[in-house]
Ligand binder design. Structure first.
Ligand SMILES: Nc1ncnc2c1ncn2[C@@H]1O[C@H](COP(=O)(O)OP(=O)(O)OP(=O)(O)O)[C@@H](O)[C@H]1O
Ligand SMILES: [Mg+2]
Length: 413
């Protein structure tokens, strides 16, 4: 009998055909969603309103990956969520079959090749690579060595014109108290090599313009990683007369989306020089603030965008002196929710509400530019739904188009 090791088992899971190798599961159980290149058999199933990803692999790998994904959840690093593992599988004839790791399908996520379902502009690639560099920095801050950082081992969610990256494949990872500079640079080198290879594949498949400078694009990961790492961790020295630089550093970290939980401050003997160094930084500066004010749980750049709109609302309604929570509640009911409600139910799977709101704001900007007047938000929302949203693919549990599918199979190794 198969053995389940799981956090919150859906009883429906027990009834799945565990005695059959995953590659041979009948269609009725499966959901066709795009996925990245993988050595192992990976399939998606829908059960009780949730979609799960199943990966069949050797016992030592699934046990390890399950544990590492749990660790990452505890450390609050963006990664897919482990649900459990299924061990001791055998066929009806008693032949052993590899165990399965179950993770929750990350909704509204896109494997990078789905982002590339049309030929992409290099600046979109830069945004993907940027997001991946930020993820690698967060993993390294948490002491996690990835061992196989690549675009295929990452999932992307839209984040107000940028992307937010999630780790999907932790099998090669390792958790330490702290990583040495050598471990970090090894991981970063590997990311660079992998990304360069993946971009070559994409170019060969016609998904990236011929003239795109692939090595330069791959170099962005190193560049962005090093800049972000330095800003988040490096010491800074100045005179006691320049104390504003302490505040500047904290503001820069906040702008990058981090809160400083612990800062080392040293003064030298004569008391004229000061040395500061961030010791503990927590990602999610804007998303935490938005969550506290409105209960909306969104990606970091989306939160930044929404908070800006909230500030604009506060100024426009002359409530600068009003309690922040009260204004936030008004903004939520008078501004945000009417826009979300302007979207018919059957179109809501296309984008997350916060991403939709961001796009409506962009759309209003264009409309207002063209009309030479300030177009009201709800009017902009209606025009957005009819002219933009209807033509977009569904991304919650994104069903691939025929075009995507042929693109995916062409690139299969
Ligand atoms: N929870 C999930 N949500 C969404 N997609 C997922 C999830 N788990 C896996 N996938 C998809 O399946 C693909 C393959 O998964 P994964 O990278 O873990 O397999 P693998 O065989 O270990 O890969 P590798 O060849 O790198 O060892 C991913 O790129 C991703 O597109
Ligand atoms: Mg993988």
């Amino acid at each position: 009998m198969p053995r389940f090791v799981s956090v919150a088992a859906d009883p429906g899971l027990l009834a799945l055909p565990w005695h059959t190798p995953l590659a041979e599961w009948p269609q009725e159980h499966l959901v066709a969603l795009p996925r990245g290149i993988s050595r192992h058999v990976v399939r998606f199933i829908r059960l009780g309103g949730h979609v799960y990803a199943l990966k069949e692999s050797a016992e030592r790998y699934v046990v390890r990956e399950n544990r590492l994904l749990r660790d990452l959840e505890r450390l609050d690093v963006p990664a897919v969520e482990a649900v459990g593992i299924v061990l001791d599988r055998t066929t009806a004839q008693g032949e052993p079959i590899d165990p399965i790791l179950l993770t929750r399908h990350l909704s509204f996520s896109l494997p990078y090749r789905a982002v590339f379902s049309r030929t992409l502009r290099p600046d979109t690639v830069v945004r993907l690579v940027d997001a991946l560099a930020a993820l690698l920095v967060r993993l390294h801050l948490a002491g996690f060595f990835w061992g196989d950082c690549s675009l295929s081992n990452t999932l992307f969610r839209r984040d107000a014109g940028a992307f937010a990256a999630y780790l999907v494949d932790a099998e090669t990872g390792d958790l330490h108290d702290e990583l040495s500079p050598g471990q970090r640079s090894y991981d970063l080198d590997l990311a660079h090599t992998n990304i360069f290879g993946e971009l070559l594949d994409l170019q060969a498949g016609g998904f990236l313009a011929e003239e795109a400078e692939l090595l330069e694009l791959a170099d962005t990961v190193v560049d962005r990683y090093q800049k972000l790492w330095a800003e988040l961790t490096e010491p800074e020295e100045f005179d006691t007369g320049e104390m504003y630089r302490l505040e500047q550093r904290i503001n820069r970290l906040n702008d990058l989306g981090f809160d400083v939980a612990e800062l080392d401050i040293h003064t030298d003997f004569d008391g004229r020089h000061i040395r500061i160094q961030p010791k503990v930084v927590d990602a999610g500066h804007h998303s935490r603030r938005l969550l506290r004010l409105t209960g909306l749980d969104v990606e970091e750049n989306q939160a930044r965008r929404l908070l800006n709109d909230l500030d604009a609302f506060r100024a426009a309604t002359e409530q600068q002196n009003e309690d922040e929570e009260i204004v936030a509640h008004q903004w939520l009911t008078d501004v945000f929710e009417p826009v979300v409600r302007a979207v018919p139910a059957d179109l809501r799977g296309k984008l997350e509400p916060a991403e939709m709101f961001h796009e409506v704001l962009e759309h209003r900007w264009y409309l207002s530019e063209n009309a030479g007047r300030e177009v009201p938000l709800v009017e902009a929302a209606r025009s957005y739904v009819d002219d933009v949203l209807r033509t977009r693919p569904d991304e919650r549990e994104r069903l691939p188009s025929a075009e995507d599918l042929s693109a995916l199979s062409e690139l299969e190794p």
